[in-house]
Write a new protein. Structure first.
Length: 357
């Protein structure tokens, strides 16, 4: 029993001795005889020769650059020692190898004091933050006269085309309402289509055709839409759309295709009505380009498709085909749908807004 207690005391003492040793600081080895101990902060002898550095030894003096002596010779560095001075650079001599300050990137920055020109320094530009929710109309129309020369051509007659010049003059009573007149001239511009000629030649059949001379109308114009859009990168175009309608007269006559040897038609005036829709794009405050589709509606008396064998007029008893009363056939409501492309000139070219911006 006593021997067991002695063995337990011996085992406890054996475990206590290493624990006490680990808790003590390691002492620096004594310098050999004849050699002075290394100064504080000096690298260990083994480090210079590529040996192992004692990590528990005191580190180099504060401010000593990393890589001096032992580190430069390839030895290990004391990680527990003080770090190099923050002001020293990573390279030789402490040179800064970073990207530099804002002045290196933009010498014209206001903090660099090198430029006071707003065009070169965006930070010096004066901003205009005022934005008007409801802006003034770019091109006013009230009390202005519009001159609109254009070129028109028919869209719905596949047998005869009716191109020709035209002119419209409108006076704007308000900014959205105008009264005006327009005139079209067709004259010698009427032309029979090649399709109709080949059709008559191949089938011996003919379709009654009509030729226009001129027309004139009294119109009213209303502008319900006004806006703008961007084009050519940074150019702002202002536009408006309008509706137009009116009443007037048109001079027409049938083209003799059934019996051209005997029938000679004369121009006659017919009452017409017109309605259309237009788009106008402004390039400045007095000049614009416009596109308009207009339908001129009138009652046309067509050529008779048969040749009469008799006449009620004794004068033409022997030659009834020469009687003009037998040349005309049925009446037909005709739609002359016409596209008009032109320019608009507004007079006077300038004005003053009644209210400030």
């Amino acid at each position: 029993m006593k021997q067991a207690r002695w063995w337990l005391l011996l085992a406890a003492a054996t475990l206590a001795v290493p624990t006490e040793a680990f808790a003590q600081n390691k002492k620096a080895p004594a310098a050999p005889a004849g050699k002075p101990a290394p100064a504080a902060g000096a690298p260990a002898a083994g480090a210079a020769a590529g040996g192992v550095v004692d990590l528990d030894a005191p580190g180099p003096a504060t401010g000593a650059p990393a890589g001096t002596n032992g580190a430069a010779a390839g030895g290990a560095i004391d990680l527990d020692g003080p770090q190099p001075n923050n002001g020293a650079g990573a390279g030789t001599g402490g040179t800064d190898t970073g990207t530099g300050s804002i002045c290196d990137i933009d010498p014209n920055a206001p903090a660099c004091g090198k430029s006071t020109d707003p065009a070169k320094s965006p930070a010096l530009r004066v901003l205009k933050p005022d934005v008007y929710a409801v802006q003034q109309i770019y091109a006013l129309r009230k009390n202005r006269l519009e001159l609109n020369p254009y070129w028109g051509f028919s869209l719905n007659d596949q047998f005869v085309s009716h191109p020709g010049p035209g002119l419209a003059v409108n006076y704007y009573i308000t900014n959205v309402l105008a009264v005006g007149v327009n005139g079209n001239y067709y004259g010698s511009f009427n032309s029979d289509s090649e399709f109709n000629f080949q059709n008559r030649r191949a089938t011996r059949l003919a379709v009654p055709l009509t030729e226009y001379l001129a027309g004139g109308n009294l119109n009213f114009t209303y502008v319900p839409v006004y806006g703008k859009f961007s084009g050519f990168s940074n150019f702002i175009f202002h536009f408006d759309t309008y509706v137009v309608g009116g009443i007037g007269a048109i001079w027409t006559k049938p083209i003799a295709v059934i019996d051209p040897d005997n029938r000679k038609f004369e121009q006659k005036m017919k009452l017409d009505f017109n309605a259309g829709l237009g788009l106008r794009v402004f390039f400045n405050r007095w000049f614009a380009v416009n596109l308009e589709i207009r339908d001129y509606i009138y009652n046309e008396q067509l050529e008779a498709t048969t040749i009469s064998k008799s006449s009620s007029d004794p004068k033409y008893a022997s030659a009834p085909e020469r009687d003009p009363s037998t040349w005309y056939g049925q009446n037909s409501l005709t739609n002359n749908v016409q596209a008009q492309i032109g320019v608009s000139l507004f007079l006077p070219p300038s004005w003053e807004y009644r209210l400030p911006k």
